[in-house]
Design a protein. Structure first.
Length: 202
């Protein structure tokens, strides 16, 4: 005779519920790992003890898996839930630019203007390959214009005026074949306009 212990309906329901809960938890954690955009932006905003005005960034929440669910201020997202546009203007941020922006793989427009952004332009910006607009005007940026921006082959608008940038205009910028607008006035740049820029057809 073989004796079999039968599970009660309650046991089956409990087991099923636990499995479902574990599945939802793992799915949520997987999504958080796959989309680090909220963490990148929130960490940047709080990278200094002098955090920018909480009123301007009132809904930037570290608990959000993505900036797109709660419509973070200054952020526009694609229908798929990825950041495509950062537009911060006339808000005193007073921070250097983050170096990990290339992790925002769908970023097409980056405008941080009149925000007193400090430090240098990170060379890593050249790896934001989807960028069509880069506007860092009216800040406190110093140093050279990095040659790495020449990797932005989709770039149409580059606005860096009214900073404290030094050095020469990189001739490699001519490799941005779609470039239509280049605005660099009110800096401390030296030398002339590279002849290579004359090859831009747009």
């Amino acid at each position: 005779m073989i004796l079999r212990q039968m599970s009660s309906p309650h046991t089956l329901i409990s087991s099923s519920s636990s499995s479902f809960f574990i599945f939802i938890l793992c799915f949520s954690l997987s999504n958080a790992e796959q989309n680090p955009e909220a963490s990148i932006l929130y960490s940047w905003l709080h990278s200094s003890p002098l955090t920018p005005s909480s009123l301007s960034f009132f809904n930037w929440n570290s608990a959000d898996n993505t900036p797109c669910n709660n419509n973070w201020t200054f952020i526009t997202c694609s229908p798929q839930g990825f950041v495509t546009d950062i537009d911060i203007q006339a808000v005193q941020v007073e921070l250097p630019l983050p170096k990990n922006l290339p992790e925002l793989r769908s970023l097409q427009k980056l405008t941080i203007s009149g925000a007193n952004i400090t430090g240098t332009i990170p060379e890593s910006l050249g790896d934001c390959l989807a960028l069509t607009v880069l506007d860092l005007s009216s800040n406190s940026l110093v140093g050279d214009i990095p040659w790495s921006l020449s990797k932005l082959r989709n770039l149409e608008t580059l606005i860096l005026n009214s900073n404290q940038l030094t050095g020469r205009i990189p001739p490699e910028i001519s490799k941005c074949s779609k470039l239509k607008s280049l605005i660099l006035f009110d800096n401390l740049l030296t030398g002339g306009i590279p002849s290579e820029l004359g090859k831009l057809s747009n």
